[in-house]
Design a protein around this ligand. Structure first.
Ligand SMILES: Cc1cc2nc3c(=O)[nH]c(=O)nc-3n(C[C@H](O)[C@H](O)[C@H](O)COP(=O)(O)O)c2cc1C
Length: 275
């Protein structure tokens, strides 16, 4: 296999992007990052390696950061990232660049795609955005998808030709310092999102299936977010619950709709845990 795309996706945007890119690069192979987290070292012989993942509060998700450190890319010739986000500041590529630098490597290209915001608290963590789902109209999602498809056509060409992108690079010592500091702090501070399920929970166990960190266990027919397991903050439980029974205490208690990428299923998300 000459191209490997490692991906992480809570609600399907990043998985959709990874799949669409795979459709454009015939020899590309997709590997879920979550399935490799228990390994100490991950070695790849792929000539081209890509990472596709969302940002959480400007940064790469913690499992993505952990994975990057484990990855041995000695035989890789070309490295890229595609980051999906709702549209605010992205610092994650500075972190990726730092990790690669420690391995004597560098990002050859990096791309940021704007997609649907998958959570009411992602961008407004302390108060939640009560209007979040109303902003995600069918038209807006279709518009974003159109732009993504167009961008992926260009991205595929850049990757296949092993070009540099952006051509001038993106070195920024202050942003890199700040990103690494923030990443270091958030690697070790595990803020709990106060998820709970209300009385409409019907014990379908979908939340447990899609929980990428394994934090949710069903106990007496109700989901329990175990205190000793760190949440990945992916919002899969919240968004895939068919009853919208999962809410965030005091911050988002509305049952007015949820978001997951229309082409991505519960099985697709849960499948990331399969080794
Ligand atoms: C906890 C959390 C934090 C987020 N923070 C940001 C952010 O800082 N900026 C942004 O543009 N989007 C943010 N988002 C939105 C996601 O990055 C975006 O919806 C992404 O495409 C989701 O990808 P996925 O469906 O593959 O999980 C956040 C989402 C979550 C769940």
């Amino acid at each position: 296999m000459s191209t490997v795309i490692y991906y992480f996706s809570g609600t399907g945007n990043s998985l959709h992007v990874a799949r669409e890119l795979q459709n454009r690069i015939p020899d590309a192979y997709l590997i879920p990052i979550v399935s490799l987290l228990s390994q100490d070292v991950v070695k790849t012989k792929a000539k081209t390696v890509g990472f596709v993942f969302p940002i959480y509060i400007t940064l790469a998700p913690v499992p993505v950061r952990k994975f990057m450190k484990k990855l041995d890319i000695t035989s890789t010739e070309y490295i890229f990232t595609i980051i999906t986000r709702a549209g605010t500041l992205c610092l994650a590529h500075y972190y990726v660049e730092s990790i690669l630098k420690k391995k004597g490597r560098s990002l050859d290209s990096h791309f940021i795609l704007n997609m649907a915001n998958n959570s009411p608290t992602g961008i407004k963590p302390t108060q939640g955005d009560q209007n979040w789902i109303n902003e995600l109209t069918k038209e807006k999602i279709a518009e974003m998808e159109y732009a993504v498809q167009h961008q992926l056509d260009l991205i595929q060409k850049i990757i296949t030709n092993k070009e540099k992108y952006p051509e001038k690079g993106f070195s920024h010592p202050l942003k890199t310092f700040f990103t690494n500091l923030l990443s270091c702090i958030t690697d070790n501070i595990h803020t709990e999102i106060k998820f709970y399920s209300d009385e409409t929970c019907n014990n379908c166990r979908i939340c447990e299936k899609v929980c990428l960190s394994g934090k949710i266990k069903i106990d007496y027919r109700k989901p329990v977010w175990q205190k000793n397991v760190h949440c990945f903050y992916c919002y899969a439980c919240f968004n895939f619950c068919p009853e919208q029974a999962i809410l965030v205490k005091k911050i988002y208690t509305l049952k007015n709709g949820r978001y997951s990428h229309p082409e991505i299923t519960v099985q697709d998300i849960a499948g990331q845990k399969q080794v």
